[in-house]
Design a protein around this ligand. Structure first.
Ligand code: F6P
Length: 320
């Protein structure tokens, strides 16, 4: 029997080092490593091929994923999951490593219930919003991409006496905006997890402007859905010219950082070893309280990720 790897959902930096490690580790174990292209869509359409060292050379430093990814609607239907299962059976693949986010893990939980295909999920999303893990592959690179953008915006903001409202990704989760605000010394941080008070923020900013402040940075997560409202508030209430920058998909790109590469290596190696030593694996490998552990897919799919309360307190001065 053989082992395969695929990416599903939003791509994130670190996927390529994880794919490279997967192939190399499988070959060390004398296992046949297969690559599934185009995510769950490719699994249905049989875009699966046997990998060699050559397929994964020169990729460790590249962002995105050489396997490409997709968000599959068809996989929600049993008839397509059955086709996917039959494709795997034909090639003798009975173990999967899945790099993805919570949507992908729900899909894999269903796939396991249907056909008992063993898998290990590797939490991979820039949103860092998967229940049960403190870290998801790619978040460090995304945070560094955001940091560079904010540093660059600061150059022009300070040259022009302007406020910038910078919108980060993260879907419903404010993690990227929160960590970026704290580490960039922003003035305002608006995320779904925290109540904010524009009146008191406005008073504070006005008094700082009177005392010499010449620019301001407001980081707003896309999930808060108030980017334009915040820009209007700055212009009309605070009295500073404002510009909006939506960082968008730039945050999904970039060469993986050293940290994401190292974590990719560890996650992927442990995932392969687990699948080869346990023929009933349907788990996700998580990094919790600075330790790696395997947790059941049922557990991962049972809760909603919450940002650590201690981390949230770091934004105190940026919400009121
Ligand atoms: O989940 C990753 C993410 O980049 C989110 O932050 C964002 O809301 C979403 O994907 C964007 O999705 P798409 O790439 O399909 O537009």
């Amino acid at each position: 029997m053989a082992i395969a790897i695929m990416c599903s959902g939003g791509d994130s930096a670190g996927m390529n080092p994880a794919i490279k490690t997967f192939v190399e580790r499988a070959l060390v174990h004398d296992e046949k490593p297969y690559l599934i292209y185009d995510g769950l869509e490719g699994l249905i359409d049989n875009k699966i091929s046997l990998a060699s060292y050559q397929d994964v050379s020169n990729i460790v430093h590249r962002g995105g994923t050489i396997l490409r990814s997709s968000r599959s609607k068809r996989f929600f239907e049993y008839k397509y999951r059955k086709i996917a299962y039959e494709n795997l059976q034909t090639l003798g693949i009975d173990k999967l490593v899945v790099l993805g986010g919570d949507g992908s893990f729900r899909a894999m939980g269903q796939f396991y219930e249907d056909f008992r295909v063993n898998f290990v999920g590797v939490p991979s999303t820039i949103d860092n919003d998967i229940f049960g893990t403190d870290y998801c592959l790619g978040v460090d690179t995304a945070l560094n991409v955001i940091r560079v953008s904010i540093d660059q915006i600061r150059d022009t903001a300070s040259s022009f006496r302007r406020a910038f409202v910078i919108e980060t990704m993260g879907r419903d989760c404010g993690y990227l905006a929160l960590v970026s605000s704290v580490t960039s010394g922003a003035e305002v941080c608006i995320i779904p997890e925290l109540k904010y008070d524009l009146k008191s923020l406005g008073n504070r900013l006005k008094s700082q402007i009177e005392n010499g402040r010449i620019y301001a940075l407001c980081i707003v997560s896309e999930g808060a859905k108030v980017t334009d409202k915040v820009a209007k508030w700055i212009e009309e209430d605070v009295g500073m010219q404002a510009r909006v920058t939506i960082l968008g998909h730039t945050q999904r790109g970039g060469n993986p950082t050293v940290y994401d590469r190292l974590m990719a290596f560890k996650f992927s190696r442990m995932a392969v070893d687990k699948l080869l030593s346990d023929d009933k694996s349907h788990e996700v490998i998580v990094f919790k309280d600075s330790k790696f552990e395997f947790v059941s897919i049922e557990y991962i799919n049972s809760g909603k990720y919450q940002i650590e309360p201690e981390l949230l307190t770091l934004a105190d001065r940026m919400v009121q």
